[in-house]
Design a binder for this molecule. Structure first.
Ligand code: ADP
Ligand code: NA
Length: 331
């Protein structure tokens, strides 16, 4: 039996951070031999908010290098850049024409970003989930490993696929409905400066996140300065202590220890004792990725060849689906 397909991506809209790594990329790596994988740097998504062109180009390569550095294996995974495969844009238009506007207006992430943008909301920001649906549906993906914040967008993707099949499938499944894979721990890594907000590239404060490529002294400084509370002892899962739960969860995910081990180790600790431990686990966990990243960035020709091959493999599948959709529509 052939393997199920997985698809996912990260936007090159800023510095990739621990939320992207723990919520997404690390899970791609861990699950990669179970699936036939397509991992995309979603650079068309990045321009839904203003981007400097040179920075966008450089962030795109950085992120592709990071996919490799984090451990994606080309025997299992195809790595490519979204804008290299024009089918993503083309399918978006076709699916736009069956997607009710009110489905998009209901998206939580749209509402949040639109409020932040004020009156300058462009059509792309609203349409973002249809582009995301196209990304996934082009590869007929079975599974989409993502963080918690993408759950609603995957549900929308399923609805769009079902609606297309219903209107144009003539009894056939032209677009496969995917399922999200969301891990329990680390599905929502929180900001270091406000435990009620998720860690994000778009937070204006760099102190709010650990970037995957932060050097050790920056990581140590950010952890030293991160928000805590004055309560004695450390514990998981106390809703009154979101910062505490977040920091212990980061320690859990980066140290490889179990929850019970950490609960025992940390229950009587103060922050002054715990913070250096966490910083150390982060530095140690990210160090090998940073080193591998440097090696890849020093061999630009290799990275470009990976992306060329990725583009060819991705295009072959994507164009097949696009042709089926166009045929169904009468083109
Ligand atoms: P960002 O919000 O940082 O721009 P993206 O939209 O590029 O991130 O999301 C890329 C992937 O990273 C998605 O699977 C998303 O769910 C995941 N992700 C982003 N932020 C977090 C977070 N704080 N915790 C867990 N996963 C996250
Ligand atoms: Na996001």
């Amino acid at each position: 039996m052939s393997k199920q397909r997985a698809f996912s991506g990260v936007q090159p809209s800023g510095n990739p951070h621990l939320g992207n790594y723990i919520g997404a990329i690390r899970n791609w790596v861990e699950g990669q031999d179970q699936y036939e994988n397509y991992f995309c740097v979603v650079d068309l998504h990045a321009i839904t908010l203003p981007q400097d062109p040179a920075t966008l180009a450089s962030n795109t390569y950085t992120l592709a290098a990071l996919y490799l550095a984090a451990g994606l294996d080309l025997n299992h995974s195809t790595i490519f850049i979204q804008s290299h495969v024009s089918a993503h844009s083309e399918l978006t238009w076709l699916l736009n024409c069956i997607t009710p506007v009110n489905w998009l207006e209901d998206m939580i992430q749209y509402k949040e970003k639109a409020v932040r943008q004020g009156e300058n909301v462009n059509t792309g920001l609203l349409d973002y989930p249809v582009l995301m649906a196209s990304d996934i549906l082009l590869y007929q993906a079975d599974k989409v490993p993502v963080g918690e914040d993408q759950k609603q967008h995957i549900e929308l993707t399923r609805d769009i696929a079902a609606r297309f099949n219903h209107y144009y499938g003539n009894g056939e499944t032209i677009l496969k409905q995917p399922e999200a894979i969301i891990r329990k721990e680390g599905a929502r890594v929180m900001s270091l400066t406000d435990g009620t907000k998720k860690m994000s590239k778009s937070d204006p404060s760099d102190l709010s996140r650990i970037n995957v490529l932060d050097p050790p002294e920056v990581i140590q400084n950010k952890i030293k300065r991160c928000k805590t509370d004055p309560i004695r002892g450390l514990e998981f899962d106390n809703p009154e202590r979101p910062e505490c739960n977040n920091l212990l969860t980061l320690y859990l995910l980066m140290s490889g220890k179990t929850k019970a081990e950490i609960a025992a180790e940390c229950q009587d600790m103060g922050w002054g004792q715990f913070k250096p431990l966490l910083a150390e686990a982060l530095v140690e966990g990210l160090g090998p990725i940073q080193q591998k990243y440097q090696e890849i960035m020093d061999d630009r020709a290799y990275l470009e060849s990976v992306l060329r091959e990725g583009r060819m493999k991705a295009e072959a599948i994507a164009n097949q689906t696009l042709t089926q959709v166009k045929t169904a529509l009468g083109y």
